[in-house]
Design a protein around this ligand. Structure first.
Ligand code: ASP
Length: 250
């Protein structure tokens, strides 16, 4: 903007780069099933076919948790605090949701989240350009949820029972670890070590969930970006209310 026309080649370069990245991503998605087979094969080889059912249960548990969180928590936030229809919110954010799902990166989805929030949901530019980048860095509900499910699965696999204190520790540490998680693919898996270490579970448990991490990452990232957008809707609404009060006072 500052340099004007002279910056056009730079803009075109980045637009072109984004197009290339979209093509590369869709190419990767086409061979993803083969990749998933490849990462599952050694785990099945080591623990036998019986490991598949518990892994499928983990996927179902994370999917159900994410769906409930989106519908109940985000739905309630946008409806009661943001004063917009949850259907309108979900429809408006669906391109960003799908991009987050396929890229498994909140950071990569950020430009699209901002575009959707501004153009489809009506969040102001000033709110979205502050809240969404902050959210993509620290607000990761999906990751925290996944952390909890993975810890319970690993504890069950090693026949360890979790005391009430362990569960409270998991709640706190998983929330803090999620705040520290980067918005890139696979970061949540690495942060899982912190939660496992906090309650003394074997870190080797990571290898079990690593096999299905990409699938879980897709679900948690899509949940993460919707959480950021729901917060942006609420903050925007409260900012506008403040403005109305100021107007009234003036
Ligand atoms: N991939 C997630 C995100 O970008 C982070 C994670 O691995 O949990 O939001």
């Amino acid at each position: 903007m500052l340099v004007g026309e002279k910056a056009e080649p730079v803009k075109k370069f980045f637009d072109g780069l984004a197009e290339v990245m979209f093509k590369v991503t869709s190419g990767i998605m086409m061979v993803a099933p083969l990749g998933v087979f490849g990462i599952l094969a050694p785990v099945v080889g080591e623990y036998g076919l019986e490991i598949l059912l518990p892994l499928i249960m983990v996927i179902v548990a994370v999917a159900t948790g994410c769906l409930l969180h989106i519908i109940v928590v985000y739905g309630a936030v946008v409806k009661s605090l943001g004063k917009i229809s949850p259907i309108k919110f979900l429809k408006g954010m669906s391109p960003a949701f799908l991009f987050a799902f396929s890229s498994a990166s909140s950071a990569a989805t950020l430009p699209l989240s901002m575009k959707n929030a501004q153009e489809n949901v009506g969040v102001s530019k000033s709110t979205s350009s502050f809240v969404l980048p902050l959210g993509a860095t620290i607000n990761m509900d999906g990751t925290a949820l996944y952390n909890g499910v993975a810890v319970v699965f690993i504890a069950q696999f090693y026949s360890e029972s979790l005391s009430a204190l362990d569960i409270v520790t998991v709640l706190l540490v998983a929330t803090l670890a999620a705040i520290g998680t980067a918005g890139v693919p696979g970061a949540g898996l690495i942060m899982l070590t912190i939660t496992l270490a906090a309650i003394g579970l074997p870190l080797e448990g990571i290898a079990l969930v690593a096999a299905i991490d990409r699938i879980l990452d897709m679900m948690r990232t899509a949940t993460n970006i919707l959480g950021d957008s729901a917060c942006a809707v609420y903050i925007d609404r409260s900012e506008h209310k403040d403005r109305a009060f100021q107007d009234e006072a003036a």
